[in-house]
Write a protein that binds this ligand. Structure first.
Ligand code: AKB
Length: 319
């Protein structure tokens, strides 16, 4: 296995995945080897990275300079517009979700970078694909701007690996649930909002219908999976587009039942909006056996453990 001292850049470092991933990377590699970046100013309470670059990731000249200035070897490129927001700003979503990825791959091709992580999503699947246990190699048929951009990104990753040996690795994240940093603009975000409102108000109106099941993952498991994939020996990876990750699958109704175990007075109502159509085009559950086989993917959290942990932590955070 190739070994080198990693100097890491994270884009979207103040986002939902970025805040938690940055702090874990600092624990592993030391603050002096981690550069966080984002559009907003540095919020030191959110990130323990040794350095912060306030930058627009679509500014290719600036990004290239940052990579050179810090001798970056590894990029976790997380900056992205999620599914709901992408439908409202399709052209910008295409630009943000695709161009910087290609630019990072180009820099790796030139030898400026050694490794790239880029998140894809269950949004790549789309209409006409069986709903349950969707496998790694099914035909992709996304019907959302976000899904189209993720599918194209996967193809670019595969292309750069096949043609130039660029070591770019990717996961198709399901909905991600966390209490530390709120998500924004996603279709699966009801499963985060519901906890905030359950703890603060004791009630929630879901924008997803009660019986719509989607795959979800607790953030701790998402971060562990990401680090595991990035640490896996190159030779063990058989997928260079993006790995399926299933996590757990549940409906809003099932989640509400879980929350009621901790907050018995909790009430839920349903008012599906435009995101219902997006959810209807996505799988209900995912087969992630290839990731389990290639790099030992495993999970610690099911719906009950996740729900208990969310409520416990939000009760402290929102006090
Ligand atoms: C979204 O809902 O847009 C994201 C995703 C599943 O990629 N959470």
């Amino acid at each position: 296995m190739e070994s080198f001292t990693e100097k890491i850049l994270i884009t979207g470092a103040l986002g939902q995945i970025g805040t938690e991933l940055t702090n874990r990377l600092v624990e592993i590699h030391g603050a002096e080897n981690v550069v966080a970046s984002g559009l907003d100013r540095w919020q030191k309470d959110l990130t323990s990275a040794g350095y912060y670059e306030r930058m627009d990731v679509t500014n290719t000249q600036l990004v290239r300079q940052v990579i050179k200035d810090y001798d970056i070897t590894t990029v976790y490129h997380l900056a992205s517009l999620l599914s709901g927001t992408s439908e409202k700003q399709p052209l910008f979503a295409w630009k943000l979700n695709l161009e910087p990825l290609i630019h990072f791959c180009e820099m790796a091709k030139e030898g400026l970078l050694k490794k790239i992580f880029w998140p894809s999503s269950i949004a790549v699947f789309g209409k006409g694909i069986p709903k349950n246990d969707v496998g790694q190699d099914v035909v992709l048929n996304p019907t959302t701007v976000y899904g189209i951009s993720k599918m194209a990104g996967e193809k670019w990753c595969e292309y750069y690996f096949d043609k130039y040996g660029v070591d770019v690795r990717s996961i198709r994240y399901p909905g991600l649930i966390s209490w530390k940093t709120p998500a924004g603009g996603g279709t699966t975000d009801y499963a985060v909002e519901i906890f905030y409102e359950a703890v603060e108000q004791g009630k929630y109106t879901s924008f997803i219908a009660e019986d719509t099941a989607m795959p979800m993952l607790y953030m701790d498991d998402a971060i562990n999976a990401t680090l595991k994939l990035m640490e896996a020996p190159k030779e063990s990876l058989t997928v260079r587009s993006s790995y399926n990750l299933g996590g757990m699958s549940f409906t809003p109704k099932q989640l509400a039942e879980e929350i009621k175990k901790e907050i018995p007075e909790f009430e839920i109502n349903y008012q599906p909006d435009f995101r219902q159509q997006i959810a209807d085009s996505w799988p209900s559950s995912i087969d992630d056996s290839v990731a389990k086989k290639d790099w030992n993917l495993s999970y610690d959290f099911g719906i009950s453990e996740m729900s208990t942990d969310m409520i416990k932590n939000l009760k402290i955070k929102l006090r």
